[in-house]
Design a protein. Sequence first.
Length: 170
Amino acid sequence: MARNVYRKVIALIRDAARLARAAGIPNLLQPGLVKEMIVADILGHELIAGKRDADARSPDDPSVVYEYLSCKEGGAGQLDRMFKAPAGKRKASMHRILRNDKIYLAVFYKEDQTRVKIIYELAPGAAAKEARRQLNRSSNDISHISFSETWARQNGTVVHEHRNSRNHRV
């Protein structure tokens, strides 16, 4: 019985991957890409499918770029492989934050991670300040920098909230 379900899911994923390729997205299964697509759709942004660039851009001005972080309820959005040292790599790591016009933290429902509960808009300067704080405290030269929902609530602005977030049922 489960194998039949798997086959149906695989067929749907293959159909979705074909659609994505037709839209210029070569690897639908790239980690985080589907959630980035969901966030871009909600915010009206244009997705950037590459791994090395920002996650999205303004449809009106391609020079305006955005970074998306996501987590499930109770988690934290992360920037992976941020360098504390050496200085050149630290500067490049900070550029990953500061190149953006805005950063967004999207919190997905724990029981349905295809649905967004809330999105916070963060200023890159505030995120960079927090990243520097975490890097300075780290005992490692390479760290993951985390932005919790609590931090985002204190330092950002809610730009999207699911209408029934308090009574959400999967």
